[in-house]
Design a protein. Structure first.
Length: 159
């Protein structure tokens, strides 16, 4: 891949990351965010800790159990689907073997950063299941890209 082409993909990846931040962290109207910020005190962190989910699979089980009463599909699959493009764009933006090893840690740290920001800002709720589902979505995207690249390689070498 040419340097200029990977540079273009880095910009696309960067814009996509900004979109994720907008959709997940700054999802509320400005007035609501302003009201939340007006309540920021030390107590907000403690309230966030009270409502946070630190138990793996707790929220996932709840959404499966009450699939007919909650926005289960939206919450479970939305958390996965929003990060599929992350996994697809990452290898285009950062080509090379060394960057493949950084994919999972980079993805985990990015998602963890979002969840921690939600925990400490009250702009959302910390949920360990969101970390799992977001990382699963990113892994799905990169697996798709690996499969596509292997199919292309196979077609080129088949002839």
């Amino acid at each position: 891949m040419k340097i200029k082409e990977s540079g273009k993909w880095k910009w696309v990846f960067f814009l996509y990351v900004l979109i994720i931040i907008r959709l997940i962290i700054f999802k509320y109207p400005y007035d609501v965010l302003r009201d939340i910020m007006d309540t920021w005190q030390k107590d907000v962190v403690w309230e966030g800790l009270d409502t946070a989910n630190f138990t793996l699979f707790k929220t996932i089980r709840m959404y499966i159990r009450y699939y007919d009463r909650l926005n289960s599909f939206e919450n479970l699959f939305g958390n996965i689907l929003i990060f599929v493009p992350y996994g697809m764009l990452y290898p285009l933006a950062f080509p090379g073997r060394r960057n493949r090893w950084l994919f999972l840690p980079a993805t985990f740290l990015f998602v963890l950063g979002i969840e921690l920001f939600q925990l400490f800002s009250a702009f959302g709720q910390f949920d360990v299941d969101d970390i799992l589902l977001n990382c699963l979505g990113a892994a799905t995207g990169i697996i798709f890209m690996i499969a596509v690249s292997k199919i292309k390689w196979y077609d080129v070498h088949k002839q």
